[in-house]
Design a binder for this molecule. Structure first.
Ligand code: UDP
Length: 241
């Protein structure tokens, strides 16, 4: 069920099998394991701990992670995009009357994201929301709000590592079943940012589309070859992260 990439266990089955798998947890943190996120975990002990804790499930989000699984000869079945898992959770919530909470992004993005989600999923219960611009050390009001509203799923869209730190710190105190750091997904649902055309997604070229649209990402993209090189150099070293 998992591919071993460095010391990470990466979910290796299909997206529908993932949905089935996570339904067995009382509480689970879904980690969108793209090369950037996984590489950061190699350099940061706290992030590494978050990704490898038993309550976390890493999904192969990105063609770089799929390639890494082939390098270690433990291939995953398919790429699973975090934003698609988020949407699958939302669909399940709408169907079963469960609620979600949206935490992150800029206020106007969050508003548009909420409006668009409600228009696409009219029966969806959005228990609450808050923008992502607050001090992680002083956010008792937000914690209290989430505790009172008891959402089934909490989506945290504040980018890495802020979203991971928030989930790490408050995982036990918050009464949610599904926690998920979703990066720029609220920007996509708000309509501010588009996902790549389907053919580019299918060919594993979503990264190229994002760089063309947002050239500042080029530096972050350099992490993909770095990560793959790291995997190649360490694939036979059992004790390496
Ligand atoms: N963001 C936030 N709080 C912050 C920094 C960023 O809510 O302190 C939001 C930002 O507005 C954007 C998202 O986090 O909506 C991060 O998106 P990014 O594109 O960096 O994430 P990626 O999809 O690349 O992981």
């Amino acid at each position: 069920m998992f591919a071993k990439i460095l010391k990470y266990n990466v979910f290796s089955k299909s997206k529908s099998e993932l949905m089935n798998y996570i339904s067995n947890f009382n509480k689970v943190n879904i980690v969108s394991g793209n090369p950037e996120i996984l590489y950061r975990g190699l350099k940061d002990d706290l992030l590494f701990q978050v990704y490898t804790d038993p309550y976390s499930v890493i999904i192969p989000d990105g063609i770089g992670t799929v390639i890494a699984s082939k390098i270690v000869k433990d291939p995953v079945k398919e790429k699973i995009a975090g934003i698609e898992v988020m949407e699958a959770v939302i669909q399940e919530c709408e169907k079963n009357g469960k609620s979600i909470y949206l935490l992150g992004a800029k206020e106007e993005v969050l508003k548009e994201c909420t409006i668009n989600l409600i228009s696409k999923y009219p029966k969806l219960k959005i228990a609450g929301s808050h923008n992502g611009y607050f001090d992680l050390e002083h956010c008792d009001d937000i914690i209290q709000d989430i505790q009172e509203k008891k959402p089934y799923a909490l989506f945290v869209a504040m980018g890495c590592p802020k979203q991971e730190m928030f989930i790490y710190k408050h995982f036990n105190a918050l009464p949610c079943s599904i926690f998920m750091g979703v990066g720029g997904s609220f920007d996509v649902f708000s309509g501010k940012v588009n996902r790549a055309p389907k053919w580019m997604i299918d060919f594993g070229m979503e990264w190229l589309y994002r760089v063309i649209k947002e050239p500042f990402r080029i530096r972050r993209l350099a992490i993909i070859p770095k990560f793959l090189l790291f995997v190649i150099l360490n694939k036979s070293r059992k004790n390496y992260k």
